[in-house]
Write a protein of this length. Structure first.
Length: 78
């Protein structure tokens, strides 16, 4: 059976539907609920991973020496 033949059998069924009474129904609710649960789990996982991140940076050795020489140079100029 071709897709066009299948479509011609479905078209008369679609004409019987009242456009004012069509709702998402139970399937639409289940899909929406599954998406909501998935987003909630992703956010929970993201918060857990962000809690493990260490944001403290160790100063580089070159930056510490430059800061010391800059500070001593500034006091020597005064």
């Amino acid at each position: 059976m071709y897709a066009t033949q299948a479509l011609t059998h479905v078209v008369p069924l679609a004409a019987e539907l009242d456009k004012n009474k069509v709702t998402p129904g139970v399937l639409g609710f289940l899909v929406f609920a599954a998406l909501a649960v998935g987003v909630w789990q992703l956010m929970k996982s993201m918060n857990r991973h962000m809690g493990r991140v260490n944001f403290e940076e160790a100063p580089e050795a070159g930056a510490a020496e430059a800061a010391k020489s800059g500070a001593s140079g500034a006091t020597a100029e005064k």
